[in-house]
Design a binder for this molecule. Sequence first.
Ligand code: SF4
Length: 222
Amino acid sequence: MKNLYNALLLKQLYQLKNLGYRYTNEKPYSHEERELLELPNSIQALKKQAQNCHLCSLNKGRNHVVFGEGNPQADIMFIGNVPLEIEDNAGAIFLGRGGEMLTAMIEKVLKLSREQVYITNLLKCHPLLTKEVHESEFHTCKAYLFKEIELVNPKIIITLGERAFHYLTNDFTDLKEIRGRVIKKDGYSIVPTYHPNFLLKNPSFKREVFLDLKKVQKLSTL
Ligand code: SF4
């Protein structure tokens, strides 16, 4: 799903489903309109487009779009979940104690700097007005995530937390069972592990994350 057409189509299908539709024959966009909905082919242009995005209801409460950061040619990409309020206020990703934890994971275990990897989230807007993010919002925003993955083209994707892994792969295996495994998908190696915010509440799981990142370090040198 690398263009907005699919994201908009999905959004419309969710809306119809919520209204009770079981099927529809409607064709929402013409061929010409579809072409206009292609996403740009550079990270900077993609970021600019996301900063003006009104595709889902989360645009109403956000202060800033929190787009991915880091090396646009990185071998290693981290995918988190949803921007926090502190990140929404600053317009920057992975701040606060969770951000410090992620930085420590990158620097101390992978022996890299944050600037050498690419860090992004499933969603680019903080859900300020709603506590529960609707499934359709994750699916709508996926268009940006998938385009980021295509443009950065990392060797290894580390998903942080269950939701990032589930939405990226459509594999709903429990994170406890799948973490630390190397899953090959679309030419990428995906390594699921725990989210830094989870580690803040459950520090006993740090050992598992350490082992997962050691595996990533080994893979990145192959
Ligand atoms: S969350 Fe994603 S799809 Fe929704 S408004 Fe923000 S950038 Fe657009």
